[in-house]
Design a binder for this molecule. Structure first.
Ligand code: FES
Length: 80
């Protein structure tokens, strides 16, 4: 179950910092924060790749593609 308690400014800043430090696309060094920022308006992993710059590294999205797909699915579930 998800915690819906409103977060303090400090908690939000800590969460954002973690997102910026966590890398989703290893080849290109693109963070979770950047991928999350790109999700609004995206329908496919390719849309996210175009906006965030992911999927264009040496593995051609082999490693980050499935993670981005999951993030996009979760985003759509929550965005309604
Ligand atoms: S991990 Fe994203 S292109 Fe390789």
């Amino acid at each position: 179950m998800e915690d819906s308690t409103p977060k303090t400014k400090e908690e939000l800043a800590a969460e954002r910092t973690k997102q910026l430090l966590r890398v989703v696309c290893i080849c290109k060094g693109i963070s979770l924060g950047k991928v999350l920022d790109a999700l609004p308006g995206c329908e496919t992993v390719q849309d996210v790749n175009r906006k965030a710059g992911t999927g264009t590294g040496g593995c051609r999205g082999e490693r980050c593609g499935p993670r981005i797909k999951t993030l996009l699915q979760k985003y759509k579930e929550h965005a309604g």
